[in-house]
Design a protein around this ligand. Structure first.
Ligand code: IPE
Ligand code: IPE
Ligand code: MG
Length: 231
């Protein structure tokens, strides 16, 4: 890759698993399974390039409206990911943080998640935030209620500390695969000044090289943050 300005924090909306599978005359679950493998590959590459924080959108609050069969298949993938594949996760050397309301998940998966986050809490190669049953509106309402329960007014800084992502810098670059031009309730507060990158590639086919292209594209942008020249 050319000499470039690297984002500190990349967020990924990993969309298009179902359509990718359908085009191959395979069930949607096959797309999700391939999507998980691709997540290991692409996130691993991001950390190798020197990106410090990667946040992935794995399941939205709205996705819980999907048919039970699909949800069961997704839960089974989480079970494998946080259970059987735990060693592979640990090998990556990054701290795993799960973002969202995981109480909606089967209890055994919740336990596995807690164990993985505990086991990797001191890992320093990078931070991987996995958003599960995450919705930005739910996150914001939850933060407002927390502030109310503490009986205090908030400012921007104290409010962001009440979000799931409290203490984590906002994403510099948000990449969405799958061709849709929307955020679908992802990081609405944190994305105020994120650079957005959309691609028609489906998530399972989004390659390491595609990630580099997105970063190169980001690197060429002027981030003015409302001011007159680049920061
Ligand atoms: C993204 O792929 C993964 C999840 C939302 C769980 P989709 O399942 O939304 O795939 P498409 O968009 O239907 O192709
Ligand atoms: C966004 O994809 C959520 C994830 C990738 C986890 P969706 O497929 O749920 O988004 P919409 O429904 O097309 O907006
Ligand atoms: Mg989708």
């Amino acid at each position: 890759m050319k000499k470039i300005k690297l984002p500190v924090h990349i967020a990924l909306i990993m969309d298009g698993n179902g359509r990718w599978a359908k085009r191959r005359f395979r069930p949607r679950a096959y797309g999700h399974k391939t999507g998980v493998q691709n997540m290991f590959k692409v996130c691993g590459h991001a950390f190798e390039l020197g990106v410090r924080i990667v946040t992935v959108y794995a399941l939205s609050t709205e996705n819980l409206k999907r048919p039970k069969e699909e949800l069961d298949e997704l839960f089974e993938l989480f079970r494998t990911f946080f259970g059987k594949k735990r060693d592979k996760l640990r090998e990556a050397g990054v701290k795993i943080n799960v973002v969202g309301d995981i109480t909606a998940l089967p209890p055994d998966i919740q336990e596995d998640i807690l164990q993985v986050t505990e086991e990797t809490s001191q890992y320093a190669k990078g931070l991987l935030n996995i958003c599960i049953n995450y919705g930005a509106r739910q996150e914001i309402v939850r933060a407002v209620n927390a502030a109310v329960s503490y009986g205090r007014f908030v400012d921007e800084k104290s409010f962001s500390s009440l979000l799931y992502t409290g203490g984590i810098p906002d994403p510099d670059l948000i990449i969405r695969t799958g061709g849709e031009l929307r955020l679908s309730n992802f990081l609405l507060y944190q994305a105020a000044y994120s650079e957005l990158y959309f691609t028609g590639k489906m998530w399972p086919e989004f390659s390491k090289r595609d990630l580099e292209r997105a970063i190169e594209n980001y690197s060429a942008r002027d981030r003015r943050f409302g001011n007159v020249q680049e920061e």
